[in-house]
Design a protein around this ligand. Structure first.
Ligand SMILES: [Zn+2]
Length: 129
């Protein structure tokens, strides 16, 4: 029992780390294509994108649903501030499809997770009504 819980917690942590990585890469990609302040040499994002990235990381860190959910982007409980949510939406819209080119493995994992999450949501809705 104890062992099972540890494995689960580790899995959740791994998922959290992976989500943070994907989101950061997406923001970096967006910044690289949109903002002149992006530093190509060091891969440093502009201040606004760094802020968004930190914010996304913090939300993920504090997310109490990490075990059940997949991504903050498709989470039903939107804990993002409206302003940040709008920003992250723009980033996802732009970088989502492009992730396939730059980070195919991460992108596929993201898609697989999203599909699974949507199916789960449908099942849940079917059960309750
Ligand atoms: Zn930027």
């Amino acid at each position: 029992m104890r062992e099972k819980m540890t494995v689960r917690a580790e899995y959740t942590e791994a998922k959290r780390k992976k989500e943070q990585l994907v989101v950061e890469e997406m923001i970096r990609l967006y910044c690289r294509k949109h903002h002149g302040e992006y530093d190509r040499k060091t891969g440093r994002m502009c201040p606004a994108c760094r802020q968004l990235s930190d914010y996304a990381k913090l939300r993920s860190e504090k997310c109490p649903f990490m075990e059940q959910k997949t991504f903050c982007s498709c989470c039903r409980v939107h804990c993002y501030q409206p302003e940040m949510r709008e920003k992250i939406r723009q980033v996802m819209r732009f970088s989502g499809p492009r992730m396939l080119l730059y980070h195919p493995a991460l992108a596929l994992w993201h898609v697989a997770c999203s599909v699974r999450e949507k199916r789960k949501q449908r099942e849940r809705m079917g059960k309750t009504g």
